[in-house]
Design a protein around this ligand. Structure first.
Ligand SMILES: NC(=O)c1ccc[n+]([C@@H]2O[C@H](COP(=O)([O-])OP(=O)(O)OC[C@H]3O[C@@H](n4cnc5c(N)ncnc54)[C@H](OP(=O)(O)O)[C@@H]3O)[C@@H](O)[C@H]2O)c1
Length: 264
């Protein structure tokens, strides 16, 4: 995948990993559609990307509101006849135990992380197919590969994305749709600050895990390089990634460790 001059739509572009990836793409002089809720933050990212030689279009929407996602997709697809790449970074984490979390919070996490992501994908996929192909990058998490405490619906929503997009890939190899699952470990962003607590409010604390995580700019460089190489799974992070392999090859060790890992 050569990103030069391509039309790339990035969600979660207002902060963290999505913002850093948008800036990386801007060095390739791509045409960038930047989405998230915060219009002001998106315009700041757009201005950095423009200085690097990209053209940009800020399209804010709320992933947790199906109507807002559909309207954004309609607006974009009326103007853009080609979408070469769709990269999902928009998402929200969780900091609450199963027995204290009302179903409304579980549903909210799924609306944003799962249904918002697939709503946009379903809108864009037909255009990609019509144009002979495209790339879809989907950001999950290492807890999209296994469960840990304090992340029940977050982990479940990310695991659901793996199932959905592996099926989408299988159905669309013939249509030249490339699917890359982006699987971060601990990355230095505000993901814990912005996570939902048991009341559905913002958790508002920086976890040590994120604070000491991989830098977001290095993370973005790794992701873009691996997207360029069309990797089906992109694991990025530090030593915590070992848990993915422990879960797969040593399940009993995972069962033992998962109840003892400090989730913060
Ligand atoms: N950082 C990590 O350690 C880590 C680890 C594993 C996976 N991830 C995943 O990486 C992705 C990016 O997260 P990050 O670490 O960069 O955290 P972040 O800085 O909090 O970024 C989250 C992004 O998602 C957008 N977003 C959140 N809720 C939204 C909504 N309802 N509608 C539209 N956009 C929404 C935010 O934009 P607005 O606030 O402007 O809406 C923001 O741009 C997420 O999918 C996260 O689950 C991160």
């Amino acid at each position: 995948m050569d990103f030069t001059g391509k039309t790339l739509w990035i969600t979660g572009a207002s902060s963290g990993i999505g913002k850093a990836v948008a800036i990386e793409f801007s060095y390739k002089k791509a045409h960038l559609i930047l989405s998230g809720r915060s219009e002001e933050a998106l315009h700041k990212v757009a201005s950095v990307c423009q200085n690097n030689g990209s053209t940009t279009w800020v399209v804010p929407f709320d992933l947790g509101d199906e109507k807002s996602v559909r309207e954004a997709a309609k607006t974009v697809l009326e103007k853009e006849k080609i979408i070469d790449g769709l990269y999902h970074f928009g998402g929200v984490s969780q900091r609450s135990f199963v027995d204290e979390t009302p179903l409304s919070v579980d549903r909210r996490i799924f609306e944003i992380n799962f249904f918002g992501t697939i709503t946009l994908t379903k809108a864009v996929l037909p255009i990609m197919i019509k144009n002979g192909g495209g790339q879809i990058g989907v950001t999950t998490s290492i807890v999209g590969k296994f469960g840990i405490s304090y992340r029940s619906s977050y982990s479940a929503s990310k695991q659901a994305l793996h199932g959905f997009f592996e099926s989408l890939r299988a159905e669309n190899v013939k249509n030249k749709i490339l699917v890359s699952m982006i699987i971060p470990g601990r990355i230095q962003t505000n993901i814990s600050v912005n996570a939902l607590n048991k009341d559905g409010d913002i958790y508002n604390k920086m976890d040590a895990g994120q604070d000491q995580g991989k830098s977001v700019s290095t993370t973005a460089k790794i992701i873009v390089k691996k997207l360029q190489r069309e990797r089906k799974e992109i694991l990025v992070g530090g030593s915590e990634l070992i848990m993915v392999h422990i879960r797969r090859f040593f399940p009993r060790l995972y069962y033992y460790l998962s109840s003892r890992i400090k989730p913060l």
